[in-house]
Design a binder for this molecule. Structure first.
Ligand code: HEM
Length: 478
């Protein structure tokens, strides 16, 4: 599909010939690409204009590609053919949260190896007991709140638990935000994530010319987080000196990355260890917490699906109140299906931004080097009646019972919630384990009651897409 092939690919049109929504003078479509609903607007354009169309921002064209085969190729042809969009990379690096996410070329290859090693199945399995401990702490807090008649803020709590788990695995530190949200590291991480979200939708990078108080606070937070992680690295190195066996069985990402950095053939720097520990936190908290939040919202509004899931969880967990058994992670087909259905309907990362590194032909269109390209992670097919009948409905069964006569009928080939190709999300397995542990704990212990008097839940796009609220009451099961 791109110019790397021997024979020049043919095409019948240029980007200028593509259809697209009408824009404003000077701004073009720029104003439609801002705000908390821009992903919904873009999804509407995909339905209207089809597999490839054009937007414009201040006279600069942008191509949106939703053709499934083309999206698969674009994601696969990285880092050589396409790279991440420059604006996002610059914004993340300015706040020191880039790591492997913003790296390209050989630098990306090196960091990717370190991060995938740090998030390997073995590391996650070694961390699994700690994840169970943290999840039980949440359960105990909820039970105590119910006993005392105190309200539960699920949106806040799910994020706190996700933060505890991700800081635990990526830095080897127990924040315990679930019980106490006054930890300075948590505040610094929150500041960074908030600034990242607000700069992501800013029309003009003003902070490069002058800093508002919020920018100065974020800069200080970036330095403080860096220092804190440096301290974690020092103390982890010290501990690994005392307990050399940790190298063989690392139970967190930092231990695994430090062990890898000690290999004489590696040239990992402390700066790379720090930025990747931080970028895993940034990449792993809201994505996972938002996905669980959406799943709880959707289950609470679909009692039949919730009952099927509770049935599965009861059978797998037996008398236990939460999973402590690694082998159970393979025994939740309905939970897996409910997760897939949640990602299809409410992806935490609905779009990826890329740049072409060479002239290419995409969906019969000549796309020159340097073009910004948006791809939807559900490829448009995820909300297409032909691919997912009654596509607006939450039906986990469609991921289980569908007869897959042909491999293209497999629904998991139609959406890419974790991206794809060589840059497929390296935290995918961790996220899936965490979602199973947390959601099975919720379903084993509580009935879900959707608060029908609450304002409608809306999709809010900051850096990631989140539910505006999780208005679900937990009621202790008998
Ligand atoms: C439900 C949870 C999650 C979702 C939906 C998600 C989604 C994604 C997506 C769509 C990408 C871009 C992939 C691409 O460019 O093809 C990505 C990349 C990434 N994710 Fe995740 N993610 C999740 C959880 C996590 C977790 C838990 C971590 C870390 C522990 C993590 C760390 C990363 C990193 C480091 C990258 C950059 C990879 C690279 O550029 O090579 N993610 N994720």
């Amino acid at each position: 599909m791109n110019s790397n092939t021997e024979t020049a690919p043919t095409f019948s049109r240029n980007v200028a010939d593509l259809p697209g929504p009408k824009g404003l003078p000077i701004f073009g479509n720029q104003l439609q690409m801002r705000g908390s609903q821009w992903h919904v607007t873009l999804a509407g354009h995909i339905r209207q204009f089809g597999p490839i169309f054009r937007l414009e921002a201040f006279g600069i064209p942008i191509v949106v590609v939703s053709d499934r085969a083309a999206v698969g190729n674009l994601l696969r042809e990285r880092p050589e053919g396409f790279e991440r969009s420059g604006g996002l990379r610059a914004r993340m690096n300015e706040l020191k949260v880039g790591g492997v996410f913003t790296a390209e070329g050989d630098d990306w290859r090196k960091q990717r190896k370190m991060v995938t090693g740090g998030l390997s199945v073995d590391v996650i399995r070694n961390f699994f007991p700690t994840m169970g401990f943290m999840t039980e702490r949440m359960l105990n807090r909820w039970k105590a709140a119910l006993a005392e008649g105190k309200p539960i803020d699920l949106r806040r709590d799910l994020k706190a638990l996700a933060l505890d788990i991700i800081v635990g695995i990526s830095m080897g530190y127990d924040l315990d935000v679930v019980n106490d949200d006054s930890n300075p590291l948590q505040h610094d991480l929150d500041n960074l994530m908030r600034r990242l979200a607000s700069r992501g939708t800013s029309l003009y990078p003003y902070w490069r010319r002058f800093k508002l108080p919020a920018d100065r606070v974020a800069d200080k937070s970036a330095n403080d987080v860096e220092q804190t992680v440096l301290e974690f690295i020092k103390s982890t190195r010290e501990r690994m000196k005392q307990q050399p066996q940790v190298r063989e069985k690392p139970s967190n990402m930092l231990e695994a990355m430090i062990a890898a950095s000690e290999d004489p053939d590696s040239d990992f720097t402390d700066q790379e260890l720090i930025s990747n520990a931080i970028s895993s936190v940034v990449g792993g908290v809201d994505t996972t917490a938002n996905t669980i939040g959406w799943m709880i919202n959707l289950l609470a509004q679909n009692p039949a699906a919730a009952a099927s899931l509770a049935g599965e969880v009861d059978e797998v967990l037996g008398d236990a109140r939460l999973s402590r058994d690694w082998d159970q992670m393979k025994q939740f087909p309905y939970l897996d299906a409910a997760h897939n259905e949640t990602q299809r309907l409410r992806s935490a990362t609905p779009f990826l931004g890329l740049i072409s590194k060479a002239d290419s032909v995409i969906v019969d269109t000549f796309v020159p080097k340097g073009m910004v390209i948006f791809v939807p992670t559900n490829c448009g097919d995820g909300m297409d009646e032909a691919h997912f009948p009654q596509h607006q409905l939450f039906q986990p069964e469609r991921w289980i019972s569908e007869q897959k006569l042909h491999k293209d009928d497999d629904p998991s080939r139609k959406v890419f919630p974790f991206g794809g190709g060589p840059r497929l999300c390296p935290g995918r397995f961790l996220a899936l384990v965490e979602i199973k542990v947390v959601v099975s704990m919720i379903m084993r212990n509580f009935d879900l009651e959707f608060d029908t008097r609450a304002p409608p839940v809306t999709q809010v796009m900051n850096f990631f897409m989140s539910p505006s609220a999780v208005p679900v009451r937990l009621k202790l099961r008998a």
